[in-house]
Structure formats: structure tokens, C-alpha cells
Write a protein that binds this ligand. Structure first.
Ligand code: SF4
Length: 224
């Protein structure tokens, strides 16, 4: 990893004006209420049950939601299955019978091969940016092929993930695939993170202690 480049990135992030994507989400909801006489279809990328709980409550009255579980980053397979099962448990316990769940094929071997050149990057930098974009773009293409109105991801709820970057990627994908609109978000804001934790407790959801890939798994093992 290039340490100078990482430090320069952190400094540039601190100095730059941050966009309030929570406000953008409220503005978009206002626009939808004016422009649509029905619930628009949104494809929601979800990485696990705990992170999906609050975004689902936030979006459920506005959108006709389909969830896509596209997360080949998760290592090992047992953990992938557990996170998927917790997402199903959330949907069942919340009574979201109207929400369809799409599960894309799992291939952690190929995914890890692609991450490997960035394995020494600190969490929250280029390996993660690659990982955000890869999963989001694959899911975005599904949204395009299946004629969704909107796409978004629950990942902005995580304090460990860079919401500015996630939204920049989403807006970039909207430019590339203009038939689907990207719904900007910052789900952690305005009590979102607190509500997330409440839902985890209320439903007794399993809450993982590392992000997902083998590198974050090994890092957490080292720390414990
Ligand atoms: S730490 Fe998380 S976001 Fe970063 S590469 Fe690993 S799984 Fe992806």
C-alpha cells in the first residue's frame, strides 16, 4: 500500500465539503410524492439483517421494495449463510411479506482474487472503494435489466463505511445507467444508527464483528 497516498486521501477528505445525503434523500422523497401516483420500484442492496432494518422502515411507505443480496465479499461461506439467514429472519419477523429477496450466486474465491492486490490497504480505503463499487454495480445492472425505477444500498448506515464515497459511486452509476435513478442516502443520520441497534436488540439478530472479506476477518482475529 502507498502510505503517502492514503494520508493525502485522508487529508483531502477532511478538508473537503461534505454533501448532506440525508437531506438529499428527504428531497427525493418529496419529489416522489409529487411526481408518482404509485409506489416506485426500488432495488435495495442489503449486506445483512442488522444494516437492513432501519433502511427498510425508512423506505417501506415510499417504495415497492425488492432486496438484492449480492455479497460475495463475505468470508467464510458459513458467515455468508448466517448473514443471509438473519436477513430472512428480519423480513419474517417484521412481516414484510411484500418484499421479494433476490440472492445472487456466491463466489468468494473469485472475489478474493480481485481484492488480493489491495489486501494491505487499511479498511475504508481503496480495497473498500473497489468492493463497494463492484457489489453496487452488479446490483445496479440487475435493476436496469429488470426495469426498476430506483436503486440504493443500505451500506450508508454503517459508521465504518464512507457514505460520501458510496453516494459518489451511486451517482456515477446513475450516469452510466440512466434508466435507473440512484436514491441518495445517509441512513445513519437523524437517529438511524440508534434505531438500527434497537432493531437488532428487539429481534435478537446476530451482529457480526467484522465487515466481511477475508482481510477484515483476519484483522479482527488479530485484534481479539
Ligand atoms: S473491509 Fe468490507 S468493504 Fe472493505 S473490502 Fe473488505 S468486505 Fe469490502
Amino acid at each position: 500500500m502507498n502510505k503517502e497516498a492514503y494520508i493525502a486521501y485522508l487529508q483531502s477528505r477532511k478538508a473537503s465539503n461534505k454533501t448532506n445525503y440525508y437531506l438529499s434523500s428527504l428531497q427525493e422523497i418529496d419529489r416522489i410524492r409529487k411526481d408518482f401516483d404509485h409506489k416506485p420500484k426500488i432495488l435495495l442492496h442489503a449486506c445483512c439483517g442488522p444494516c437492513a432494518g432501519w433502511p427498510l422502515e425508512f423506505l417501506h411507505d415510499i417504495f415497492d421494495i425488492t432486496i438484492i443480496f449480492n455479497n460475495s465479499n463475505i468470508y467464510p461461506e458459513k458467515e455468508y449463510t448466517r448473514r443471509l439467514e438473519e436477513l430472512k429472519k428480519l423480513l419474517a419477523l417484521k412481516g414484510y411479506d411484500d418484499i421479494q429477496l433476490i440472492v445472487t450466486p456466491y463466489d468468494n474465491v473469485s472475489y478474493t482474487r480481485e481484492l488480493e492486490p489491495m489486501k494491505d490497504d487499511p479498511e475504508g480505503w481503496e480495497r473498500c472503494f473497489f468492493c463497494y463499487r463492484k457489489r453496487m454495480e452488479e446490483a445496479y445492472r440487475y435493476a436496469v435489466e429488470n426495469h426498476f425505477d430506483y436503486f440504493t444500498t443500505v451500506m450508508t448506515i454503517s459508521r465504518q463505511k464512507d457514505s460520501q464515497k458510496l453516494n459518489e459511486i451511486g451517482l456515477d452509476l446513475q450516469k452510466k445507467y440512466p434508466s435507473v435513478r440512484y436514491f441518495c442516502s445517509d441512513f445513519k443520520k437523524k437517529g438511524g444508527q440508534v434505531r438500527r441497534d434497537e432493531i437488532v436488540r428487539e429481534l435478537d439478530l446476530y451482529h457480526q464483528d467484522y465487515c466481511g472479506c477475508i482481510y477484515s476477518y483476519m484483522q479482527r482475529k488479530k485484534e481479539n
